[in-house]
Design a protein around this ligand. Structure first.
Ligand SMILES: Cc1ncc(C[n+]2csc(CCOP(=O)(O)OP(=O)(O)O)c2C)c(N)n1
Ligand code: SF4
Ligand SMILES: [Mg+2]
Length: 351
């Protein structure tokens, strides 16, 4: 409950990370979501990833839309910047913020209703423009906040809690992100934290648009037999294509996994993604192969999870627009005003 304040006192022996924070410093308010909601597990994974990566909380901006999922930024990274936008509009507000200040880490949190219905256009343009962000959709197949209507990602033929059958074809945000040019595309499951934390860490260190679709069961409205987003169904149909290890800059690489089944991909900052391939011959740097595999597994009723595609040389919107290398609010008059001579030249060029 948000009115219950978390105790501020920490045990003096709590472990701190390299920037001096304990894991608790990355938490937010007490969650108001239903007990057992998958979204709370995703918040916990974000807390874990940010703490382990030694991210300074004041250097993060978390933005969301409207929905139970979009409420979650209140429950993690309490000392970070936050903005709760209008339903489906997180990507455009985030794009503006990211262009104004390129030094923050941008976390966009959304729901399947927020991103696959009202915000579908916004989602598409953020992906195709390569806005550098971690875009997480907490995908439960329903509009949880408005009491369980099917969302646009609900599978055709799946049943609502009251027994209604969904007659519409689902939108697969993973397939769309791949097609639209996202450079880091992953799917996780809120019930598999061991897989989700490294997926989030890899996305944080990625140099472009990173999209993670996290299947996150809604225990209130979509956790029954006949639902394809229930904990039981997802556990039975979860097909991991890879196991990902995230190796930070200074971490020593210890046990060597078997060669042939391992791919090592460097991030722009020198940290490393190490993927154990679980699918024979699968190449996570081949966009078309990723699209084929995702579709093939979907036609068999399986969810492909893990890091599905990554472009280790991704660039972002700032590079495409050749923007200034400093946050706009730090620019002084000498950089903001080019002077009369330069203005005259520009004006002359437009005549
Ligand atoms: C412009 C607008 N239209 C509709 C709504 C009503 N509404 C609130 S949340 C929501 C859907 C939320 O679903 P999702 O994004 O999947 O989040 P969840 O609650 O399932 O996590 C809707 C339709 C709204 N708040 N604003
Ligand atoms: S209604 Fe569903 S999505 Fe919303 S908090 Fe409850 S379990 Fe989670
Ligand atoms: Mg939803």
């Amino acid at each position: 409950m948000t009115y219950i304040a978390k105790p501020k006192l920490h045990h003096p022996t709590l472990q701190t990370n390299k920037v001096g924070y304990t894991r608790r410093d990355y938490e937010g308010k007490v969650s108001t979501l239903c007990a057992g909601c998958g979204h709370d597990s995703i918040s916990a994974a974000i807390v874990q990833a940010a703490w382990e990566l030694d991210i300074e909380p004041h250097k993060v901006a978390k933005l969301s839309g409207i929905g139970c999922s979009s409420k979650t930024p209140d429950y993690f990274l309490g000392a970070s910047h936050g903005f709760n936008t209008v339903h489906g509009r997180m990507p455009s507000v985030l794009t503006g913020a990211a262009l104004a200040n390129r030094e923050l880490l941008y976390l966009g949190v959304s729901g399947d209703g927020d991103s696959a219905s009202i915000g579908l256009g916004q989602f598409a343009h953020a992906m195709r423009r390569g806005v550098r962000m971690v875009y997480i959709v907490e995908n439960n197949g329903v509009y949880g906040l408005t009491k369980g209507q099917f969302s646009a990602t609900a599978d055709k033929g799946s049943k609502s809690k009251k027994g209604a059958v969904n007659s519409d074809s689902p939108i697969d945000l993973i397939g769309m992100a791949l097609q639209l040019g996202a450079t880091y595309v992953a799917r996780g499951f809120s019930g598999d934290k061991a897989q989700l934390v490294p997926l989030i860490k890899g996305a944080i260190r990625h140099g472009g648009a990173a999209f993670i679709d996290v299947i996150s069961p809604c225990v209130a409205f979509n956790n029954h037999a006949g639902s394809t987003r229930s904990y039981d169904h997802v556990r039975e149909h979860n097909e991991a294509v890879s196991r990902i290890d995230f190796i930070d800059l200074a971490r020593e690489i210890t046990a060597e996994p078997a060669p042939g089944q391992v791919i090592e991909l460097p991030n722009p900052d020198g940290s490393l993604l190490r993927l154990r391939k679980l699918h024979e011959g699968y190449d996570p740097t081949d966009r078309r192969a990723a699209m084929n595999l995702v579709q093939q597994l979907a036609s068999e009723g399986e969810y492909a999870t893990g890091l599905l595609y990554v472009d280790p040389h991704a660039s972002d919107l700032h590079a495409a627009l050749n923007t200034v290398d400093k946050p706009l609010n730090t620019l002084q008059a000498d950089r903001l005003c080019p002077g009369a001579e330069a203005l005259n030249r520009i004006n002359a060029g437009l005549r």
